[in-house]
Design a protein around this ligand. Structure first.
Ligand code: AQP
Length: 328
């Protein structure tokens, strides 16, 4: 892999969904790629009204999580999106290349904006900003959860259109979507994906939840009345979701996990998963506490922004030249 880019919005505390679907994979691939860029995409968070104080804290919290889960700043450039103005600039240029119809088809806009007159324009153009994020780094691979697949297809469409109309500038990025864990579902509502801005905190586990909170949430997780443990997303979404979480956290394959529960009921599955989750998150939380208020964190973000700006700036120059914008 030549270059990997991905990002997370600072819209709340990172959930097990964000972690298993995306962030854990950032760590898994950081040694395989020649270059890694991971951003806290704060401009994306603005697409929905944010409390400024929470926004500020959440941005630094997510940067600290990046380090706590094992991203290594010697291998990965970590930065805050708004520190690199090229993202907003390139986004405008790509917006002018985008079509209403294709943005209208984005399912996340349909879900969050529901096509109403009061839906934010930023929510509508969000996928174009994401395209700019990815394309500015000549990204070859983008580790994301299933929900971002459609946005990445749009990124590829825009890159193709630009290359065709203005000359070959952009590399075509590929999504990296896991087979298991790409769509972790809500604990109370396993028909919908787990989201960090969900109204009910019983629906998600955050990376910062205490062992007691984890225990309470997993114990209360919705299952079904069959009391038989096997993987069937359609008919047993709650149980299958718990099994997926166990599979990604432990790296064990699904068949082995299911076999290990033979003759056991949901109580055993939940008890085991509570233990696995707490054991996995405890060292992450310890490292997070060490780093969150350290100077190390701000230094890493400062250096990250400088490097990101240099790389993105090169692509931005090419875009401007191709479009005929005068640079003096
Ligand atoms: N439930 C999920 N399962 C697997 N992957 C997920 N991701 C999000 N939810 C799940 C992946 O996490 C990465 C970062 O997501 P994001 O914060 O940039 O945006 P999102 O997809 O909108 O995540 P949330 O948690 O649902 O945020 P809110 O509630 O603010 O909208 C992405 O790669 C995403 O695919």
């Amino acid at each position: 892999m030549k270059c990997v880019f991905s990002g997370v919005k600072p819209t709340g505390i990172i959930t097990l969904g964000n972690y298993l679907g995306a962030i854990k994979r950032f760590v898994d691939v950081q040694d395989q790629a020649e270059q890694n860029f991971y951003s806290v995409v704060d401009l994306h968070a603005l697409t929905v009204a944010q409390d400024p104080k929470e926004m500020y804290e959440n941005t630094l919290n997510i940067a600290a999580v990046y380090l706590a889960v094992g991203l290594d700043p010697r291998k990965a450039t970590l930065f805050v999106q708004s520190h690199v103005p090229a993202h907003a600039e390139a986004s405008w240029m790509l917006t002018c290349l985008s079509r209403m119809g294709e943005l209208n088809r984005m399912t996340q806009f349909k879900d969050k904006g529901r096509g109403s007159d009061s839906a934010g324009v930023g929510l509508f153009t969000y996928p174009v900003l994401m395209a700019a994020d990815v394309l500015l780094y000549q990204t070859t691979h983008v580790p994301v959860g299933e929900d971002q697949k459609q946005h990445l297809e749009l990124t590829r469409d825009l890159a193709e259109r630009f290359n065709r109309d203005y000359g070959e500038i952009f590399v075509m990025p590929e999504p990296l979507i896991a087979e298991v864990g790409a769509r972790i579902m809500g604990l109370q509502n396993p028909e919908n994906k787990m989201s960090k801005s969900d109204d009910s905190d019983a629906n998600y586990i955050t990376l910062m939840d205490t062992p007691k909170e984890i225990e309470k949430k997993i114990k209360r997780a919705v299952t079904d009345s069959e009391n038989a443990i096997y993987f069937d997303e359609e008919n047993k979404p709650g149980v299958s979701n718990l099994l997926s979480i166990q599979s990604v956290l432990t790296g064990q394959n699904m068949d082995n996990i299911v076999q290990s529960y033979e003759g056991l009921g949901y109580g055993a599955l939940k008890k085991n998963l509570i233990e696995i989750t707490v054991d996995h998150l405890t060292p992450i939380q310890q490292r997070y506490q060490e780093i969150r208020h350290s100077e190390e964190l701000t230094n890493i973000l400062r250096h990250g922004a400088e490097h990101a700006e240099a790389v993105a700036g090169e692509t931005l120059k090419k875009i401007k030249d191709a479009l005929g914008l005068v640079r003096l």
